[in-house]
Structure formats: structure tokens, C-alpha cells
Write a protein that binds this ligand. Structure first.
Ligand SMILES: *[C@@H]1O[C@H](CO)[C@@H](O)[C@H](O)[C@H]1NC(C)=O
Ligand SMILES: *[C@@H]1O[C@H](CO)[C@@H](O)[C@H](O)[C@H]1NC(C)=O
Ligand SMILES: *[C@@H]1O[C@H](CO)[C@@H](O)[C@H](O)[C@H]1NC(C)=O
Ligand SMILES: *[C@@H]1O[C@H](CO)[C@@H](O)[C@H](O)[C@H]1NC(C)=O
Ligand SMILES: *[C@@H]1O[C@H](CO)[C@@H](O)[C@H](O)[C@H]1NC(C)=O
Ligand SMILES: *[C@@H]1O[C@H](CO)[C@@H](O)[C@H](O)[C@H]1NC(C)=O
Ligand SMILES: *[C@@H]1O[C@H](CO)[C@@H](O)[C@H](O)[C@H]1NC(C)=O
Ligand SMILES: *[C@@H]1O[C@H](CO)[C@@H](O)[C@H](O)[C@H]1NC(C)=O
Length: 436
């Protein structure tokens, strides 16, 4: 059967479906395929997969966008860095059961990489916006997916999509901003749980520019990510965090399925934004945006200092610390941060103590240690037993609080909120405690 006979077959088949548009289907099977101009529409009509050209570009890409809104908003791209020149692209399932994108000379431009071969492979676009490959003989459930686009995010986190790690499958799902608005190839702005949770035991998400930290969410504290007071009960979405031996991820889902919202990272603005589609005005409206102020800029006050957005200047050394360079500090260059006013005695466990600080976004967790079953008293003892330990608190603040996290070395990127934040106990010398 040549491609045109085949297209006619699909057109006939698709007449019974929602979208009687030429060569629009809701699934691809091995004998099927579609050329540039064809489209895959999800069963409920929410999303469409097809070929597109970004404004100001001549390149063709395979992507997924909302079917039911007029402004084309691409949420996922297959061949991000390997565009097709002209309309010669062909999407099909190859002999080993993978979905492949071929160019004019039939070379593979992009492909899925399921290691398991399906007897009867089928590719479907789900109404969640997830493109999945499975065996038609298996049921349509996540455990049966041989490959899914939700495991390889572009710059957008959709509802029900996991942002984070699947350690069993070796997946690290980050958001990678487009290089520019006309080039979907990943640029240098990325967002997500970059560090391997097997070594970074108190995981938190970062926004990076290359390898430089621009922003950090803070770790999950049982209620929210420590630095994101906007993550609270709201009419739009529910959110949650899963942290176990197999998986570490953040996810949100909609309270009302007919609301359209997405989270995406924009390279031009270096912002991580949640947008909501406003039907009456036919526009995307910004619902929240991170980083949101000067104090959210990573380590703006340097080490061992606190950022208070309503103070002038915004940076203050923590109690018990003084500017490392008074001269730079006075000229509003806080990058060197602060050092202890009086040294810890350390060796003699009985002499150091702690001061409790409240309303904090806890410090960067790169150098931390966690035990989810220790109580606060055990946590304090654990901290005192190691000279490099500088702070401790509950790893989970829900209810009465539980678990233990301790920090080693300098405390980075702290801020204080007026109506959110949490307690943290910072190590001080006896001299400092005596002055209270
Ligand atoms: C794309 O195709 C056009 C016309 O066939 C050709 O002029 C152009 O050089 C091609 N561009 C690339 C990057 O291959
Ligand atoms: C197919 O086309 C691409 C891009 O035009 C080219 O780089 C590649 O060498 C070609 N491959 C074959 C087998 O002709
Ligand atoms: C599978 O393909 C994705 C891109 O779609 C790539 O990032 C990933 O490394 C590949 N995995 C393997 C095991 O080749
Ligand atoms: C869900 O959202 C739609 C569109 O905004 C609205 O018309 C509908 O009333 C909402 N349903 C509920 C139960 O809130
Ligand atoms: C990123 O933000 C800029 C400036 O607001 C905007 O012009 C651009 O369209 C945004 N990029 C994307 C991919 O939406
Ligand atoms: C829609 O646009 C109008 C006029 O620009 C504005 O007054 C209104 O607040 C907008 N509605 C929403 C929901 O954004
Ligand atoms: C965590 O704390 C509990 C309770 O103190 C203890 O029994 C357990 O051994 C600790 N686990 C680790 C890995 O230290
Ligand atoms: C203190 O903690 C640091 C960082 O984890 C570790 O390298 C060091 O061995 C510990 N020292 C003692 C005495 O346990």
C-alpha cells in the first residue's frame, strides 16, 4: 500500500472521530505513518501532535500543542535540535517498534528508544498531552508504556507530569528552555532537581544558567518547597512531592479539568512561570513567576547572611556573624557574605549551642544529611557530634514536625519570610549565646 492509499484509509477511519480534518488520526500503528501536514489529535480533543515551524524560522519540527486554543502554544518538541528542512518529514513506526521521524532521504532525525519490542506497537496522544508508545495487546496504563513523552520534557510541565527523578529507569526529568523563541533546541536555562538524589539526600530544584545557580526552590518540607510560600492551597491546582528510594518528583494536577494551565521556563526572561489560559480574553495570563524578587536571586547576600525583602539594605549577616569584608559590604557588594564573630569551640561538645531562627527559607541543601525518623533532640545531638555541622531542623514540618536534617559548612541562600518559612537552629559559640 503506498502512502496515499494509506492516507485515504486514515481519512475514512477518522471521519468517525472528533476531528474530521484531512489526515487527522488519534493513533499510529506500524502500517500507518503520516507526512508533514498530518496530525494526531488526542481522544478528548485537548492536544494535537504535528509538524510546525516556529515564527521567523524555515525549519520543521514535530511537536505537541493545545488543540483547543487559537494561539499555537507548543508544549513538547521531538526533534528539538535536528530540524527538518522543508515538508519532507515522515513520522512512522519502524521494524523494531519505535516511533521514528525520517527526513527527505529517509535518514532518522529523531526516534523513541524503547528497548523492549512490542508485538503490535501503537502510538497514541493522550488527552493529558502525553505521547505514548505501548503494545496494543497490553492495557493503556503507565506501567505498560514502552516510551512516553512525559519522561522527556521540553520546556513545559503539564498537569500530571512528573518533574524529577525515576531512579529505576534512570530518568532525570528537567525543564530545558528553548534556545530562543524561534529555536526549540535546549539553551542554557534549565529547571529541576539537577542533583542525583542518591547523593543529594534533601533534594531541591534549581534554575541554572549553564552550571551557575540562578534560583533555588528549597527542599520539600512536608507542606511545600521551603522557599515557595505561593505553594499553598489554591483554587487552581493541587500539588505534591514524592520522595522514596525509587522516585523523587514534584507534580501538580488540576482541580477543574477544563482549566488550561502550564508551567514553563523562558530563556529570554530566565523565569519559571505558571500561566493560565483566559478564555474570554484569549490570552495567557501569568499566575506566578519565579524568581519573584531580589531575595530570590541565588545567594544574593553571600554565605551566612539573611535576605529581607522589606529591609534597606536587603542583606543582613545572621546573628553571630559579621561581614567578611566590611568595605565591600558597606558598598552593597554582599557577595563575600559573613563569617563568625567568635569561633565555635567544637571539640568540647558542652560549650556550643544553637539559636533558633524563624520564618526562614532553609539554606542550600547541597551539603546536608537527613534521617527521616530522628526527632529534634536526636538531631541536635547529631549536629553537635560533628565539628562541621552548622545547623539542624526537622526535615518535615507538617503536624508537630519530624525527621532530622543537618547542614555542613557555610549556610547559603537564606531568606526570611514574614508569613511563611520555617524554624532552623544555627550553631553558635558559648560567647555568642552568653550575649543573648
Ligand atoms: C533547505 O532547502 C532549501 C531548498 O531545497 C535549500 O535552498 C537550503 O539550502 C536548505 N537548507 C539547509 C540548511 O539544508
Ligand atoms: C541525508 O540528508 C542529511 C541532511 O541533508 C545529510 O546530512 C545526510 O548525509 C543524508 N544522508 C544520506 C544517507 O544521504
Ligand atoms: C532516549 O532518548 C532520549 C531523547 O528522546 C535521550 O535523552 C535518552 O538519553 C535516550 N536514552 C537512551 C537509553 O538511549
Ligand atoms: C470549571 O472551569 C470551567 C471553565 O473555566 C467553568 O465554566 C466551570 O464552571 C468550572 N467548574 C467547576 C466545578 O468549578
Ligand atoms: C519569553 O519571554 C519573552 C519576553 O516576555 C517573550 O517575548 C517570549 O515569547 C517568551 N518565550 C516563549 C517561548 O514564550
Ligand atoms: C480581560 O480583558 C479586559 C480588558 O482588557 C480586562 O478588563 C479583564 O480584566 C480581562 N479579564 C481577565 C480575566 O483577565
Ligand atoms: C535514623 O534514626 C533512627 C532513630 O534514631 C535510627 O534508628 C537509624 O539508625 C538512623 N538511620 C541512619 C541511617 O542513621
Ligand atoms: C563530619 O561530617 C563531615 C561531612 O559529612 C564528614 O566528612 C566528617 O567525616 C564528619 N566527621 C565526623 C567526626 O564524623
Amino acid at each position: 500500500m503506498d502512502i496515499f492509499t494509506f492516507m485515504l484509509t486514515i481519512v475514512v477511519a477518522s471521519l468517525s472521530l472528533l476531528q474530521p480534518i484531512l489526515s487527522t488520526v488519534d493513533s499510529i500503528r506500524p502500517i500507518q505513518s503520516f507526512r508533514d501536514g498530518g496530525a494526531l489529535v488526542s481522544q478528548g480533543g485537548s492536544f494535537e501532535l504535528g509538524f510546525f515551524t516556529p515564527d521567523n524560522s524555515n525549519n520543521r519540527y514535530v511537536g505537541i500543542w493545545y488543540k483547543n486554543i487559537p494561539i499555537q502554544t507548543v508544549v513538547w518538541v521531538a526533534n528539538r535540535c535536528n530540524p527538518i528542512n522543508g515538508s519532507s518529514g515522515l513520522l512512522t513506526i519502524n521494524s523494531n517498534g519505535n516511533l521514528v521521524l525520517l527526513n527527505h532521504n529517509k535518514s532518522v532525525v529523531w526516534s523513541t528508544n524503547s528497548s523492549k519490542q512490542a508485538k503490535k506497537p501503537i502510538v497514541e496522544l493522550l488527552d493529558s498531552g502525553n505521547l505514548v508508545l505501548r503494545d496494543e495487546e497490553d492495557g493503556n496504563s503507565e506501567t505498560n508504556y514502552l516510551w512516553q513523552s512525559f519522561d522527556y520534557p521540553s520546556d513545559t510541565l503539564l498537569p500530571d507530569m512528573k518533574g524529577g527523578w525515576d531512579l529505576k529507569k534512570g530518568l532525570k526529568r528537567l525543564l530545558l528552555a528553548w534556545k530562543s523563541w524561534d529555536d526549540p533546541c535546549p539553551g542554557y536555562i534549565t529547571f529541576g532537581f539537577h542533583l542525583d538524589p542518591q547523593h543529594h539526600t534533601f533534594p531541591e530544584a534549581y534554575m541554572l544558567k549553564g552550571t551557575a545557580k540562578l534560583y533555588r526552590t528549597g527542599p520539600w518540607n512536608g507542606l511545600r518547597l521551603s522557599g515557595t510560600p505561593e505553594l499553598r492551597s489554591n483554587p487552581l491546582y493541587d500539588f505534591g512531592f514524592v520522595y522514596n528510594d525509587d522516585e523523587v518528583y514534584y507534580m501538580y494536577n488540576l482541580k477543574n479539568k477544563s482549566v488550561i494551565t502550564r508551567v514553563f521556563v523562558n530563556q529570554t526572561t530566565s523565569l519559571h512561570q505558571r500561566l493560565v489560559w483566559i478564555e474570554v480574553n484569549q490570552t495567557w495570563r501569568i499566575y506566578s513567576s519565579l524568581p519573584r524578587d531580589e531575595c530570590d536571586k541565588y545567594a544574593v547576600c553571600g554565605a551566612n547572611a539573611n535576605c529581607l525583602i522589606n529591609d534597606n539594605p536587603i542583606c543582613q549577616c545572621l546573628r553571630g556573624f559579621t561581614p567578611k569584608s566590611q568595605e565591600k559590604w558597606s558598598s552593597m557588594d554582599w557577595s563575600d557574605g559573613c563569617v563568625r564573630s567568635s569561633p565555635l569551640s567544637c571539640m568540647d561538645k558542652s560549650t556550643d549551642g544553637f539559636i533558633k531562627f524563624s520564618g526562614f527559607k532553609v539554606p542550600d541543601t547541597t551539603h546536608t544529611w537527613v534521617n527521616k525518623s530522628m526527632n529534634l533532640k536526636e538531631c541536635k545531638a547529631k549536629c553537635l557530634s560533628n565539628c562541621s555541622c552548622t545547623a539542624y531542623t526537622n526535615s518535615d514540618i507538617s503536624g508537630k514536625g519530624s525527621g532530622c536534617v543537618i547542614w555542613y559548612g557555610d549556610l547559603m541562600d537564606i531568606r526570611q519570610f514574614t508569613n511563611a518559612g520555617q524554624d532552623i537552629f544555627i550553631r553558635m559559640s558559648r560567647l555568642e549565646l552568653g550575649m543573648m
